[in-house]
Structures are given as C-alpha cells and as structure tokens.
Write a protein that binds this ligand. Structure first.
Ligand code: PBG
Length: 337
C-alpha cells in the first residue's frame, strides 16, 4: 500500500464517516467494489449418456449433466447473463494412467464440440486439466513408487497433461486451466499448445491451490476422491503464504496468463498478496465446500442465503480477484438482475 496517496484525514468532529452512509444513492456512488454476472464462471460436470440431470446431493442446484442437458444448462445460464463456464468430465471408465482424458472422443471433448456447435462465440469455455477424475486411484497424475511409497510422478505426468490440453484445444476450448499442481505444468502445456498451433489459447493456471478440506463435495460431484492418502504431496500447505507467491512467480515465468487462488474464502489474504505483488488477472475459486456450507446453513434458516452469498463474493472481488468460479453463479445472476 502506498500511504503517500492518502490525503490527511482531519479528526472528529470535522470527519464524520457516517455522512457518506446516510443516503443510499450516495452509498452507491462511493461503493468501491462491484459484483456482476460477467465476473462469474460457472463450473459444470459432464458425464456420458443422454437426458441426464443427476443432482449432486451436497451441492443443491448443481447436477451432473450429459452433453444434451449441458447444452440446455449453458443456454439457461447464458440467458441469465453468465458467459463463462469451466468443464469437468466424469469418464465412462477409469484406469491407472487416466487414458480416457487424452481421447479425442472423451467426454469433455464431446461436450466441447456440442457446446461449440450450439454457441460458436457466445460463451467462453474453460477446461479443467487434471487426471483425478480419470484415474482409478483418484490422484492428479500417474503414480510411481518413491522411498517405498506411491506418489504422483511429476515429470511423467507432464507430457500426458500437455496431450490432454491439446486435445481440449482441438475440440474447442477457449482457455486451458491446469489444476494438478505439477511443477513445470504451465511450461509443458504452453510448449505443446504452441507446437500444435494454439499459441492464441490462454492458460489460466491453478497456481496457488491448497490441500483443502473444502473440496469435499466436489469429489462426490466429480467422482474423484483419492483412493489412498491425500493430495498434500502436490497441493499446498494451508499454513503457507510466501510459498503461494513462489508458485505464482513460477507459473507466470512459464507463461501463465491468468493466476488462480483456490479455495477463496479462507485465502483472501493470498488473493490480495498475489494481486499486489504481480498485478496480473486473478481468478478465485469459491469451492464446493464454501458453497455447501452456505446452502446447509440457509436451508436451516440460520443465515440469509442471498445476503451472505453476495457478501462472500463481494469480499473475494474486494480482495483482488477479477473473476470468481462459483456454484452460486446462476442464483447470483438472478439476484443481480
Ligand atoms: C482437480 C480439482 C479439484 C477441484 C477443482 N479441480 C479437486 C481436488 O483438487 O481435489 C475442487 C473444486 C471444488 O471443490 O469446488 N481436478
């Protein structure tokens, strides 16, 4: 913060901050942070089949969809003013290397083609790039044994991750969003995209992604919980903050165009530090557990859902994020109409 920019503030009774709060019209004029439907990215889950709308119990209002209902859902959200979507795939089958992720006929690739056909330029399609939904062990890459323990093999995962990204770009993705927290992932993906003729496709890197308990409901939604251990050997320790700046610096050096901090609400300090240090576009992921807590408390009448949701999302914008990935997107778009 640059204190030289602050004019000296005279003491009370000359200064009366309440003067600016009395009139609602004046409150609107002095408001520093705005939230709009265009700031929001709606996550969507697609699975094989037709006519499927399978509600995710811990995420009320959010469903696993098939390609046809996905096209409908994007149309509904688009009508409400939401223009950006991030896609997650639940494949027909899983294996040790997540090979379905690389298949040009894979579920996300099919979804991209269907959406691209229905909405050639009206919507922005972002793809989550990871292997946890595709591997039978539920980890975010392929495994190897190290010091007698199974762990994700960083360098062996990079080429298949890059292949997955190129396949999604070919199928019509507008933005590529790697979420596996592999070292060197942005560089590997940038190189592969460029070589395949996709130098114009931006990378939104999940740069500062924490090993968080807030992902609980998502793992049901994406059917991707790790079958053994946890993700602490690749996702960040919630206690660390300088480490987030290092991760972001590395990803920017490797060519990331947009930086994500995830989760959002318990990491507002990280969003703010990243924004102040790097001054690049920042995305924040208001994750499944953050969403589920609001829904559960609201269902019991313990909080006012609309008020609390808008307050949370505004706080994420205020912390420094330009864009927010959130399962509240449709509700918020309705409320802001
Ligand atoms: C990994 C991925 C996860 C989320 C988004 N991408 C799960 C994880 O890291 O375990 C979580 C999102 C949420 O909780 O809403 N592909």
């Amino acid at each position: 913060m640059n204190h030289a920019n602050f004019s000296p503030i005279p003491p009370f009774p000359v200064s009366r901050p309440r003067r600016l709060r009395a009139n609602p019209l004046l409150r609107e004029l002095v408001r520093e942070t705005a939230l709009s439907a265009q700031d929001l990215i709606l996550p969507l889950f697609v699975r094989p089949g037709r006519g499927i709308r399978k509600e995710i119990p811990s995420m009320p209002g959010n469903c696993q969809l098939s390609c046809d209902t996905l096209v409908e859902e994007v149309g509904i959200a688009r009508e409400l003013g939401i223009t950006a979507f991030i896609l997650f795939g639940i494949p027909e089958s899983k294996d040790a290397t997540g090979s379905r992720a690389l298949d040009d006929e894979g579920i996300v690739q099919q979804a991209l083609r269907a959406l691209r056909k229905a909405y050639p330029t009206e919507v922005l399609l972002i793809t989550d790039e990871c292997f946890c939904e595709y591997t039978d062990h539920g980890h975010c890459g392929i495994l190897h044994e190290q010091r007698g323990k199974l762990d994700v093999d960083n360098d062996a995962t990079l080429p298949i991750l890059a292949q997955q990204c190129v396949s999604h770009a070919k199928a019509g993705a507008d933005v590529i969003a790697p979420s596996g927290m592999m070292d060197g992932m942005v560089q590997a993906i940038r190189t592969a995209l460029d070589a395949a003729g996709f130098s114009h496709i931006p990378i939104l890197s999940y740069a500062a992604k924490y090993a968080s308990g807030f992902y609980g409901p998502f793992r049901d939604a994406a059917e991707s919980p790790p079958q053994f251990g946890d993700r602490s050997s690749y996702q960040m320790d919630p206690a660390n903050s300088d480490e987030a700046l290092k991760e972001v610096a590395l990803d920017l050096a490797e060519g990331a165009d947009i930086i994500m901090v995830k989760p959002a609400l318990a990491y507002l300090d990280i969003i703010r530090r990243v924004k102040e240090r790097f001054a690049v576009p920042v995305a924040a992921y208001n994750v499944s557990g953050e969403f589920a807590m609001v829904k559960a408390a609201a269902a019991r009448g313990w909080i006012d859902e609309r008020r609390v949701t808008l307050e949370i999302l505004t706080s994420i914008r205020r912390a420094g994020a330009e864009m927010i990935l959130t399962y509240h997107a449709k509700d918020v778009a309705r409320w802001l109409r």
